[in-house]
Design a protein around this ligand. Sequence first.
Ligand code: ATR
Length: 266
Amino acid sequence: MVFALFGNPVHHSRSPQIHTAFAAQREQPMDFRLILAPLNDFAGSVQEFFSTGGVGANVTLPFKEQAWELCDELSDRARHAGAVNTLWQKDGRLCGDNTDGIGMVTDIRDNLHWPLAHQRILILGAGGAVRGVLGPLLDEHPAHIRIANRTAEKARELSLMFAGHGVPIFGGGLDNLAGPYDLIINAISAGLGGSMPELPGGLIGPQTRCYDMIYGDTPFLRWAAQQGAAQTADGLGMLVEQAAEAFSVWHGWRPQTKAVIEQMRS
Ligand code: ATR
C-alpha cells in the first residue's frame, strides 16, 4: 500500500514521519513517499501514482486548488473549501477531501482546550488556507468572525461566500480593526518569510489567544507574545491532526495524535 504527498517544493515535509508513526500504532507497515510534481503537470503525476498502485495521497502547495478541480467526487467540506488535500480512488473515480479545517479545529478545541463557541475571532489573511478552515470554524458557533487581509476585497469575497452559516462574518483590510479579540488566527503566508505586516494596536487583550497555522517560532507568535497574548500556539498540532483525519479516510481508523505531536515537537 503506497501513500504519498504531492507538492512543489516537498522535500521539507514531515508527513512521512507522521504517517509512519500513526501506522506503527497498529504495527502496520507504511510506504509514504514525497512526490515533487512538476508545476505544469500535477494531473499527470497524480494519474501515474494511482495507475501504478498508489492508494492515497495528500496534496500541499501549490496544488490544492488543482486537486479540487481534478476530482470526480468531493466531500462537502472539500467543496466549500475550494481545495483538496486528501485524495483516494473509489471504483476508478478520484475522490477528494479537505482535512485542514477539521485539523485546525481539533487542535484548538481538543488539544489546546481553547474555547471556540461564542468567541470573537479575527483571521489574518484571505488566501486558500483561510477558505479551507472557515467551514469547520463556523461549525463551532463563534460569536463572530472578522477576516482581515492586505487585499480587502478578497476578505470581503470570502466573508460573503461563508455568510449563510448563521454566524456573523465580516471581511476587510488590515487597518481599521477594533479589538480586542478572544482568538486571532494567522494565515498570512508572509510569516514564512520572516516578517509580519503592520497591524493596529489594541487587537490583543489579556484574554486573547493567538494561533499560527504555520509551525515553528513565527513572527506572528513573537508579535503576539510581545503584545501580551494570554496564550500562543503554532500549527504543529494542526499539521498532525489534518494528517490523522486523512489517515482515517484512507485506513478506516483514527490514530492517536498526542504522542505524535510530542514526538514531532521534540
Ligand atoms: P495560502 O494557501 O497560504 O493561504 P495564498 O492563497 O497565496 O496562500 O494566500 C496568502 C495570504 O497571505 C494572502 O492573504 C495574502 O494577502 P493578499 O491576498 O493581499 O495577497 C497574504 N500575504 C502574503 N504576503 C503578504 C504580505 N507581505 N503582507 C500582507 N499579507 C500578505
